[in-house]
Write a protein that binds this ligand. Sequence first.
Ligand code: HEC
Length: 199
Amino acid sequence: MSQDPNTTTPKPSVKDGPVLRDHVFDGIQEFDQKLPNWWLFTFYIAIVFFVGYWVVYYSTDSMQTPTQNIDAKMAAIEGKKKQELVAMMDKLDDTVLLEWSTNQSITDEGKAVYEQYCIACHSPGLNGGVIGRSLIDEHWEYGGKPMDLFHLVLNGSPSDAKGFNGQKMQAWKDVLGPEKSAKVVAYVASKAPHVDKTK
Ligand code: HEC
């Protein structure tokens, strides 16, 4: 039996308890009342927050994705490395490197670097091997001053170099940085009799 809307009793108010709609679907009735204000309030706040967040996220740089964050940090580290290099290059010269080559604690550090990174190609006695050149003979392919060795270690063989038996040396700048490169050169200079010590 269907109801005539005009004959139903006036709608009860919310104050009297939950208000239900008249129609019934499969035995289920729906609430028919205003949402409480506290609920609406959080809902509107959420909408306003979304709009603000969306604008800030997409139109300013103030919020970064994790990838951007990592990229920015990497760039900062790269920048720092470059600064370190510039500062090091400023104070480093043949005199400093020759002084370092007579400073036992520095040559010890350089020796540790040599043993980790250089020994395989230049051999424990620095006399070269199958791949690397001898560092104790009289011949220096790219100059025999300490700074010549430092630049070679830092930057590797020049791009137009023929190499040694066709083998070039890689740049060690990114692996060692300027400080370890300088210390390993100080160690080499302490061992190699033919490093040019004239000032
Ligand atoms: C993978 C093998 C290899 C490693 C490792 C290596 N070198 Fe070399 N190095 C070479 C080769 C090859 C040459 C010759 C490059 C050329 O003639 O262009 C060379 C040349 C040099 C020279 C110039 C020698 C000369 O007679 O002119 C110096 C100095 C040197 N290396 C120092 C180092 C130091 C210091 C390290 C460690 C940080 C190192 N090398 C690690 C292969 C290596």
